[in-house]
Each structure stands twice: as structure tokens, then as C-alpha cells.
Design a protein. Structure first.
Length: 486
């Protein structure tokens, strides 16, 4: 099913002569442990090192050019690995028998080179995070039968030969980070020699589609508690989880049978570089559902598809099976749900329109407030992200006061951490819509949380299924709007 999948995708650059990093970070497939003592004293270098993504060992290519490249690198890696083992044996006073070549290192080399290459094609400055911690490799989120030594053998050998830059961990602004790697020019020159292209790669479905993450832990020096990210955790297999996975795997299989493209020029694609970490890796097509706070009733949204993090102004250029598309969106979905749960009708005026405040910034701030665990978290987040660069934290707090006054009936929801509960509701709605569009209309729908993209000819069917699904899950009619193509 997946052989040469990319050949079914529209060319990335179509010469016609004419929300974000947070979504990506939700996937976080590896536990961030095991840090070394590298210290980023230079602030600029520290910021550069933080430009990273989690490793993805599920990109595959069946192309002969790639296979020949891997064989050359594998031979070189084994020479380095063997030499290191011989030297270690001599140092330990042992007689080293000629090491046996294992198949797992080859698998890691294939997957790592694919991820390094695709990452370089979207952002040459970006690093890839991985782990050298033994415990992480027994996780359901890792490749089966792959251990720490298989990964470190290959990473260290590639580093020794100058193919990759490898940093075993660093500290910046008081925070530790995972080991990171990125392609060096020597590796990219080799991929050019073997004529690699991004459309040679596709994403395998062998990965875990249902991800459960623990809650973030804040640092508390007085209590000796270290800060800890929302790491993926293990979970018991239940009938509900198995049903979700089966449904999502089936949809991913259906998705792979369709042709998803981006109808833009090379110049337009290059212009995407101004959006940090938003240049699409169009080999990333497998959807996952990510649940939060160790609960399968919080979060649950769909992540993973390249179109999800594509800047909104580029979505109008997405094609499905070579045809133009339309995007329908639930209007202020979470706000409508909150008013409904409080038994109050939502005002007919636009909930994001405030005097003298830009609507887009108000919407960003409102969504931040809804998802924040505390008022301080909301203010700090808006300040850090420079939503209003010229405003102090006190002034941002005053804006939040306006929000609470304007939406007094639902103010108790703000900064309460209940945003993930609302996400669970919209994820259930999305699940129904995807399935019903496939089963009732033989139509692929691309989810972007609470909006959906389909072929233009299927707009009416999508509108109907969105109405039905939202009513089924929430008990209310949630307003729908057509996204403007401009």
C-alpha cells in the first residue's frame, strides 16, 4: 500500500506561472532524559540549539538511489564501529572476535538518514532531538526490537566521519535539553551525489497512532522538584483504545490512497522560510491522536499531517486528487461550547472583536487564556510570544480583565486548565466527521483541529456532516463558516 506513496502526491512545486510549532511538539515521541555537560555559554548559539524537532524514525524510501547511499554509509559506519570495539577490547585486555554485523543498525541508519535529509530540506539549521536513555527504547512509541546501542552506534559513527553534528546535551537559560544531531554539508553533498529528492520518502504506519502524555511538572526548588515536560507515557490496552487505534489506522490507510498536493510555485515555497518551523515536510502524512494529562478524556486532537502546521494563508493552495479545495471551520467552537455548558446564549457579536485591539491577536490571546492553567501562565505565555510586543505584563493582564468582563458568564473557564477538556470534545467531533465523510461520501477530509479541508465539490456534504457531528457530541448547533481564500 505504501510503496512509492510519494509518487501519488502532487509535485511540491507546480509551475502555474501564477497553527504552528505547538502542534508538532504535541507528538514528542521520545522521552527527554540523559543529559551531558555541554554548556551553551553563547546566547545566540543556545537559541540556535533550541531550534529542534523530535526524531521521526518512520520515514522510508524504496528508491534505489537511497538504497545505494545507505549501503555506502553502512560500510563506512561498520568500519568505524568495528575499530572502536577492537580498541575497547584491547583496552579491557580482552580478545576481540570479529564483530558480527547486526541488521538493527542498518534499520536505524536508513531511518535516521531519511529524517536528517528531510529535516535539512525544510530547515538546514534545525536539529533533531533523540535519547540515549535505555528505558526510552522499551516504549510503545519506539521502533520494535531497537535498543539504545543500535542508535548510539550509528549516531557516533556518523559524527566521527563528519557526516553529522552531534551534541550530547546542553543547558540553556537554566533548562536541560536532549542530545541533538543535524546533517553536516558532507552528508548533504552525498545525498546530492545520489540524487535524493524529498518525494522519494513516505511515512510508515508501523508507529503508534494513540499517544498519551503526562502533565507538565513545574520546577519547585523549595520542594526539590525539577521541571519536566509533558512526556509520552505507557498505558493499559483497553477496548476503547484499541477501537480508536483501529479507526485511526483505517483512516490513515484511506488517506494514503488519496493524492494530497500543494499547488504553489518554488518562489512561494521558498517564502515559507519566514515562518519558523512551518515549511512543510510533505512526507509527513500519518495522523496521530495525542491525549494529555495522563487521561484519555483530555486532548485527543489529531496531529502529524503536514497540512496542520502549514500557515493558514497557504491552505487555499492545498489540492486533493488534483482538485481545488475548500476549508470549513467551526466558528469560535470552544466559546460556543462554554456558553452552552453555562446555560447561557452566546452574544451574537463576534467574540473576538474588541475596540482598539486587532482581532487576530485577540483570538490568539483568548485561546491562550482558555488553555492556560493559571492567569500567570497566560500572561507569561502572551508576553513570551510577543502577541503585543509593546505591552508590559501588567498591560496584558488588564486586557485579560477586559476579556473576563466581556465574557463574564464563562470567565470561570478562563485560566482553569479546562482547555484540554474542550479539545477532547472537538476531537470527538472531528473523528465522527472524518469517518462519515469517508463512509457516506467516499471523500477525504483533512482535519486541522476544528476546521476541515475537502474538495470544493464536497462542500455541501462536509457542511452537513459537521452540523450532524457537532450536534451529536455537544447537543447544540455550532456555527460554521467558510474560510476566506484570501
Amino acid at each position: 500500500m505504501f510503496r512509492a506513496l510519494w509518487s501519488k502526491f502532487t509535485n511540491l512545486f507546480t509551475d502555474t506561472s501564477k497553527d504552528n510549532q505547538e502542534a508538532e511538539e504535541e507528538l514528542s515521541p521520545l522521552v527527554e532524559l540523559a543529559f551531558d555537560d555541554f554548556e551553551a555559554h553563547d546566547e545566540g548559539k543556545g537559541i540556535e540549539l533550541q531550534n529542534s524537532k523530535h526524531i521521526n524514525l518512520y520515514f522510508i524510501s524504496d528508491d534505489e538511489h537511497f538504497k545505494h547511499l545507505i549501503q555506502q554509509l553502512l560500510d563506512e559506519c561498520w568500519a568505524v564501529i568495528f575499530q572502536k570495539r577492537i580498541e575497547k577490547a584491547e583496552k579491557d585486555g580482552k580478545v576481540e572476535v570479529k564483530p558480527r554485523k547486526g541488521k538493527h543498525q542498518k534499520v536505524i541508519l536508513q531511518r535516521l538518514i531519511a529524517d536528517l535529509y528531510l529535516c535539512n530540506q525544510t530547515d538546514p539549521t534545525r536539529y533533531i532531538r533523540y535519547t540515549r536513555d535505555n528505558n526510552s527504547y522499551s516504549s510503545r512509541y519506539m521502533l520494535k526490537r531497537i535498543g539504545r546501542s543500535h542508535v548510539t552506534d550509528i549516531v557516533d559513527a556518523l559524527c566521527d566521519m563528519g557526516y553529522i553534528e552531534s551534541i550530547l546535551g546542553f543547558h540553556f537559560s537554566g533548562n536541560s535539553a536532549s542530545p541533538i544531531v543535524r546533517a553536516e554539508p558532507k552528508l548533504i553533498e552525498l545525498t546530492d551525489q545520489y540524487k535524493l529528492r524529498p518525494n522519494m520518502f513516505y511515512e510508515s504506519m508501523e508507529q503508534e497512532a494513540i499517544i498519551l502524555k503526562q502533565a507538565k511538572v513545574k520546577a519547585d526548588k523549595q520542594r526539590g522538584i525539577k521541571a519536566e515536560g509533558a512526556k509520552p507515557i505507557g498505558y493499559d490496552e483497553t477496548g476503547t483504545v484499541s477501537k480508536m487505534r483501529k479507526s485511526l489506522n483505517a483512516y490513515n490507510s484511506y488517506l494514503s490512497e488519496n493524492n494530497i498536493g500543494l499547488n504553489i510555485t518554488k518562489e512561494q515555497f521558498t517564502a515559507l522560510s519566514v515562518f519558523p518551523n512551518r515549511k512543510p515536510n510533505m512526507s509527513a502524512t500519518i495522523l496521530k491522536r495525542v491525549f494529555n494529562n495522563s487521561s484519555f478524556e483530555q486532548g485527543g486532537r489529531f496531529y502529524g499531517g503536514w497540512w496542520i502546521t502549514l500557515p493558514s494563508q497557504y491552505r487555499k493552495h492545498i489540492t486533493i486528487n488534483g482538485k481545488e479545495t475548500i476549508e470549513l471551520d467551526f466558528k469560535a467552537m470552544h466559546i460556543q461550547i462554554m456558553y452552552s455548558k453555562e446555560g447561557v446564549d452566546m452574544p451574537e457579536t463576534d467574540p473576538y472583536t474588541f475596540d482598539e485591539l486587532e482581532r487576530d491577536k485577540v483570538k490568539t490571546a483568548m485561546l491562550t487564556v482558555i488553555n492556560a492553567n493559571s492567569r500567570a501562565d497566560a500572561v507569561n505565555s502572551l508576553s513570551r510570544r510577543r502577541v503585543w510586543p509593546s505591552k508590559s505584563k501588567e498591560e496584558i493582564g488588564a486586557i485579560l480583565d477586559i476579556f473576563e468582563s466581556r465574557h463574564a458568564p464563562i470567565a470561570n473557564w478562563f485560566c482553569s486548565g479546562k482547555g484540554v477538556e474542550l479539545q477532547y470534545i472537538d476531537s470527538k467531533v472531528a473523528d465522527i466527521i472524518l469517518t462519515s465523510m469517508r463512509d457516506n461520501h467516499n471523500c477525504l477530509a483533512l482535519p486541522i483541529h476544528d476546521s476541515f479541508i475537502v474538495e470544493v465539490s464536497k462542500e455541501g456534504q462536509l457542511w452537513h456532516e459537521m452540523e450532524q457531528a457537532s450536534l451529536q457530541v455537544t447537543g447544540i448547533h455550532i456555527s460554521i463558516e467558510r474560510k476566506s481564500p484570501d
